[in-house]
Design a protein around this ligand. Structure first.
Ligand code: BTN
Length: 234
């Protein structure tokens, strides 16, 4: 693993995209000041002051990575949930990969691929983590959000959290590449609470309503006997 700290950047994901050819496999680019963070579905990821964490993990394609590529964000969400749990809170994973505390979002993941001349050059796993936000900063966000300092009622050591998260990520990474989603499924399921309940997911432009029956061995969610690999629980 290689670490690259940037004092300030528009977006760590954009930085990795622009520099993909010069960044080695398993490089982690991180900052505490991100001025134009991007979220899923072309949303923004707001900068919440200089004590929060914005990072991107660069992974380079290889024959072992390709089979598990679509489950990388689920692997990342599990590692995040475990890291939060060790910090003393009770996180839930909102399929496929948001992290919530009491229904409020504390962390999000944006995975992007970079192609050059039709060839996959890298996969970027971008993670935004609210560690030390001020509740009034949330007024600019039209969603239920929280931050670890608010949940714990104390200031969070951002470096300690960052190191614990990233070490845990790479400690299990090789085994995850080898074994795939099956290897993490039981642990992933400990952090979800919607199985057996009626949910609505947004899949492309379609809304699907039904009982969430199971998470399959390849990480899809089964609703009304149909498998979905992408989408968002509403
Ligand atoms: C989401 O929940 O919509 C995903 C948010 C991902 C935000 C992170 S912050 C670090 C990295 N750089 C970005 O521009 N976005 C991701």
């Amino acid at each position: 693993m290689k670490l690259k700290y940037l004092e300030e950047i528009n977006s760590t994901n954009s930085y990795c995209k622009d520099n993909i050819l010069n960044l080695e496999d398993r490089t982690v680019v991180y900052t505490f000041v991100q001025t134009s963070g991007r979220g899923r579905f072309a949303r923004k990821w707001v900068n919440l002051g200089k004590d929060n964490l914005y990072l991107s993990i660069v992974l380079k394609p290889s024959s072992v990575l390709m089979p598990v590529y679509s489950n990388l964000t689920q692997y990342t969400s599990l590692i995040l949930a475990q890291t939060f749990m060790e910090s003393g809170v009770n996180p839930k994973i909102k399929w496929p990969n948001d992290i919530l505390i009491d229904g409020k979002k504390i962390s999000g993941i944006l995975a992007e691929t970079v192609f050059k001349n039709g060839e996959l050059k890298g996969i970027i796993i971008g993670v935004g983590i609210n560690l030390n936000a001020d509740a009034k900063d949330f007024l600019q966000i039209d969603k239920l959000v929280t931050s670890l300092n608010i949940e714990l009622n104390k200031t969070v050591d951002k470096i300690e959290f960052f190191e614990r998260f990233i070490n845990k990520f790479f400690d299990g990474y090789d085994l995850f590449l080898k074994e795939g989603f099956m290897f993490i499924k039981p642990k992933y399921e400990q952090f979800i609470d919607f199985l057996g309940k009626e949910i609505t997911i947004n899949n492309l432009d379609e809304k699907i309503v039904g009982i969430a029956k199971e998470i399959t061995n390849d990480g899809a969610i089964v609703i009304n006997d149909k498998k979905f690999f992408t989408g968002d629980i509403l």
